[in-house]
Ligand binder design. Sequence first.
Ligand code: NAP
Ligand code: ZN
Length: 354
Amino acid sequence: MYNAKAYSASGAASPLASAKIARRDPADHDVQIEILFCGICHSDLHQVRNEWSGVMPTVYPCVPGHEIVGRVTRVGSAVAKFKPGDLGAVGCLVDSDRTCPNCQAGLEQFCPNMILTYNSPDKHLGGVTYGGYSDSIVVDERFVLRVPPSLDLAGTAPLLCAGITTYSPLRHWGVTKGKKAGVVGLGGLGHMGVKLAHALGAHVVVFTTSPGKKEDALRLGADEVVVSRDANQMRKHVGSFDFILDAVSAEHDVSAYIQLLGRDGNMTLVGAPEKPFPVAAFSLIFGRRSLSGSPIGGLPETQEMLDFCAAHNVTADVEVIPIQKVNEAYERLLRSDVKYRFSIDMASLRDTRP
Ligand code: NAP
Ligand code: ZN
């Protein structure tokens, strides 16, 4: 066991602050990673503030962060995939039972015993797992991804959650050339949804509440942009979509988007607002439309997504910040003021006194 530097929250109303945490020494199958960049996901904010208390109550202290890229510093004796000096990445999962049908199919995100990167039981040290707002992490090699060398590291970190969470449903629902795909909410997930749907060849329409994001949306790969608070603009698209990805972090009118789907169209929620919202039955009944959800992605698909991003030269648009600005970044997330993902330069943590 050794001490690592981290930023942690001691309660739902507390800001994140500098702390020391225990990490295990690498066992036979473990990889120790010096964290270089960690993205800030809106899920970090939901979890730190215990906004998902009904489903995943937060255990404090909480060290968030599940968009991790770094440099391998040590490996256990049985590790074959990595050696010291290699790049490595860790997303939302650090373990699973490896035996259930989901794990056997490479769909670890559905394993009933999956271990999330933070706020899950830690079978090695007790307590809960601690995430990537830290200078290092130790993870079983099976849950460490390879980073294609051509990718910019600060912009690659967000692929580990925002990238895979949007890539997986886009692939599952067959978004490709000839399909019309909508993306609701141009934040961290949304902007990756736009880039990936565009790279997959679809006609992409962005729905945003922020008229000031229109030019960016087009630059990121959208073919059309709709300001969703303008009913006239919304009406033009009724019944026309094959697929809509909803990446909104707060309460909003989901039925307004469902009616934009064509026959057998699907809308998938990846956004996870704190409170439940109503759905108009007739918006689904007419057109035999469906509404689904989708969580992150399994390990094989996450590696596939990273390789797809390297082949299509896709990374997140990031604002790189020092860890000392993390609390300010959370407030900006709540104002939809992020272009389009914060990526923490973890050198800022290493340079601080313990
Ligand atoms: P984010 O960067 O804060 O983006 C959220 C976007 O939603 C905002 O930029 C804004 O886009 C829109 N929005 C915010 N408040 C709104 C409101 N009141 N009404 C309508 N639109 C609003 O968040 P993120 O990191 O992309 O995460 C988005 C959601 O996905 C979060 O709930 C997060 O927890 C969840 N998530 C789920 C998974 C999963 O596995 N399913 C994985 C990661 C994250 P505009 O300015 O364009 O309107
Ligand atoms: Zn996330």
